[in-house]
Design a protein around this ligand. Structure first.
Ligand code: HEC
Length: 459
């Protein structure tokens, strides 16, 4: 471990990333989809002489600029802060591999932001053809940011054998393209593009729902129905995308999708399956609601309806992200780095040399409880908290020292048939270090430890 661990009480670090990401994704996808929607609608306006669409589209482009330029950009930077603090080792690995990818992404991002501002401020001020070109420039550059970030995100799910073969040798960058166009690259891009386009349709409904001028009601109805049509391809193609993802993902991930976590009980549905069903159900509900509210009765659509649709889309997005996270366990980069920043090929070293001596942020001498807490921070806190989300206190279920020792032995041995293998990494470290962890866990199990108490006592 080269980095200190950020201790977020209650929700835990991963949810900090999760909450910011979900917020960001809802806006960033709109930035891409809406970027295509706007010039497409503008083109229709010019070609078919629908002049009455103009004030409505202008209004929409204002919401678009504020949302993407302010909230999208700020939350995007927020993700950088969050991943840098919660997953520094993985972030560093990604940067070392994809630094040029990211550099290019930022170029497109700057073009995108500039184009969005120019687009909004030049309605009626520059020739129509030129204005439309600015719109397409926006659409292309924002789609290219997706094209790039998708390579990096899908890489974490499926780095691909070519990259894994050179991982840890210092020549990872030689496999840049293989890592970038990894096995799930295209299905992910397909799914994300679908999501972007459908969000564009939903956000447009929000603008149209807020159009109250009497004179624009007929136009509004027409535009609502047109936007509803944006969601039809999504509804039809979603199953195709899901199937494509399923056949290209890692066999381990597929296994997790079909097997239950042992701690969840004996229900037929696993956690991931339940969550994935939520994605499908909310998406179908969105499709149904759009059909009834927006397509059949466009006149009655209100901003409230549109916001409700957006809320459903938020649930669909969150559950998809949650499922993706769960499928990825126990890795942050599949088959390479576990969620707690330990690389698969370092396990042996930590077991023989010790984990804490290789962790730069710990004092050399520590008494057992402090040592145990340091082990907990380094190896367990990327998924567990002490008493909040997925809490140790709850999961340990008042186990005594003997039961804890057994648990830790199973985690350490990491036998192929261990029930924990599917979602927990191996516990690494010397016998002495693992004993210290047991001492600390026993305190947690009995509810005797306050956060950071042990570390303070060690000072
Ligand atoms: C990659 C994420 C991850 C890491 C790292 C991780 N766990 Fe877990 N652990 C889980 C998940 C997921 C569950 C299932 C939680 C549930 O059912 O609510 C779990 C369950 C548990 C349980 C309950 C299992 C049972 O049989 O009762 C214990 C105890 C536990 N973890 C201890 C640890 C300890 C100790 C560490 C550190 C050495 C650790 N975990 C590291 C993900 C992780």
């Amino acid at each position: 471990m080269n980095y200190p661990v950020w201790d977020v009480p209650g929700v835990g670090g991963p949810w900090v990333i999760g909450i910011i990401s979900i917020f960001h994704v809802l806006i960033a996808w709109f930035a891409v989809g809406g970027g295509i929607y706007l010039p497409y609608a503008e083109r229709k306006l010019y070609r078919e002489g629908r002049e009455e669409w103009l004030p409505v589209l202008k209004k929409h482009s204002r919401m678009f600029l504020v949302l993407t330029g302010v909230f999208g950009a700020v939350s995007g930077v927020g993700i950088w802060f969050a991943i840098g603090l919660v997953q520094p080792e993985a972030t560093s690995t990604l940067i070392h591999n994809f630094v040029f990818g990211w550099a290019i992404e930022w170029v497109f991002f700057v073009i995108e932001l500039a184009a969005a501002a120019v687009y909004y401020y030049t309605w009626d001020r520059i020739p129509r053809e030129l204005h439309l070109k600015v719109g397409w420039l926006y659409a292309i550059s924002s789609f290219l940011t997706l094209v790039i970030i998708n390579g990096i995100l899908s890489f974490m799910m499926t780095p691909g054998q070519a990259w894994l073969n050179v991982a840890g040798t210092g020549t990872e960058a030689s496999q840049f393209w293989a890592a970038f166009f990894n096995p799930t690259y295209f299905p992910s891009l397909f799914m994300r593009t679908l999501a972007c386009l459908s969000l564009a349709g939903i956000y447009a409904l929000i603008t149209y729902g807020r159009v109250t001028d009497e004179s624009l009601q007929a136009t509004r109805t027409e535009m609502v129905r047109w936007s509803a049509k944006w969601l039809i391809p999504m509804a039809l193609l979603l199953p195709v995308g899901l199937g494509w993802m399923y056949v290209t993902m890692e066999p381990e991930s597929r296994e997790i999708m079909s097997l239950g976590f042992s701690t969840i009980g004996s229900g037929l549905f696993t956690q991931v399956t339940r969550i994935s069903m939520m994605t499908v159900l909310t998406t179908v509900t969105v499709a149904g609601a759009v059909y009834f509210f927006a397509f059949l009765f466009p006149r009655d659509l209100t901003a409230g309806h549109a916001f409700a649709l957006l809320g459903l889309a938020a649930i669909a997005t969150s559950s998809t992200e949650y499922a993706r996270e769960t499928i990825r366990k126990p890795y942050v980069i599949q088959e390479h780095m576990y969620s707690n920043s330990i690389r698969m090929n370092e396990v042996e070293k930590y077991n023989t040399e010790g984990y804490l001596v290789n962790s730069k942020w710990n004092p050399p001498q520590m008494e057992p409880v402090a040592k145990g807490e340091a082990m907990f921070r380094g190896q367990c806190m990327s998924c567990h908290t002490r008493s909040g989300y997925r809490s140790m206190e709850r999961l340990l279920q008042k186990r005594d020292r003997k039961a804890i020792d057994q648990l830790l032995q199973t985690l350490h041995d990491f036998e192929p048939d261990s029930p924990y293998r599917k979602y927990m990494p191996p516990l690494v470290g010397t016998q002495d270090e693992r004993d210290s962890l047991a001492v600390y866990l026993e305190k947690l199990s009995l509810g005797k430890t306050e956060p950071a108490l042990a570390l303070n006592a060690a000072r």
